[in-house]
Design a binder for this molecule. Sequence first.
Ligand code: APR
Length: 288
Amino acid sequence: MDYQAPSSQRRRCRRPLLLGACVLILLIVVCVCLGVAFGRRAAGPSNDRITGNFTTAIISKCKQFLGDENSSENKCEEVWDAFSKAYVGKDPCEVPMEAYDPLMQTVREKDACNRMLFWSKTKDIVHQFTEAKKCLLTLEDTLLGFVMDGQTWCSEKGSKETFTTGCPSWDKCERNPVRSFWNRASEAFAQAACGEVTAMLNGSISTPFNNNSIFASIEVKKFSGPKMRALNVVLVKTGNDTATCENDSLQTLQRVLNPSLKYTCKEVQRSKILDCISDPDRPCGDCW
Ligand code: APR
């Protein structure tokens, strides 16, 4: 005969079982919730692009540039604040160059009369030159140019974040945060042009003065006297390059240049500039 426990005894036996099952279910629910939350943080499409390191990188490059001066006129946290306000929360194709106006007012660059070097399609050689010889300086040797050179950044409409990937390329849309920054910073650099100004242009291409370049479309338009006196073009040539100072595009440059400014042009071999760069005893005046 099967033994059957009395019903009160059966109920007593089931109670711990029920309790165990409840605890197990509760544990599963908590684990699933935690898994979903952490999974989203790690792999969410938008969170993937967020980088808090960008803020730190920009502020520390700024401090590196300023050294002991960080405490004086330019404060790197203020620079970051003004910089990020230009594009954070905006559509990455709707950031006009004027968005950086407050940043330009926040930063105070030192005057560099007779030492400013502009360039177009000669980025490598001008920066090798200014690195080796301290007589001239380019936009990338000023605070903002130094800090932002080589960086990519953008945000999204309504976002509080900065992204460093998935941003529009230079040509995707004209009003992207990177392009607008360089346009605005170049405009400010040209507005500050003072005394004799040098421009290194590329004599290996058919149009050393290209209407689409920042140099032609923004900087030259801002050159004016009496603070600035002259524009001295150095046309960098390699071997038997055919471009000369008589090049059509350089004739255009002379036509569009403010008539109050003196203009000179000199063809110089790239090898001569490179030799000069690698000899620390050669003064700048010997390089072309
Ligand atoms: N994609 C990405 N970056 C670009 C592109 C592009 N298609 N075109 C220009 N740039 C940015 C890059 O930062 C590049 O190094 O502009 C820089 C210079 O481009 P160039 O065509 O070589 O020259 P230009 O447009 O005349 O600009 C140089 O502007 O940056 C100032 O004072 C600086 O005189 C210099 C001038």
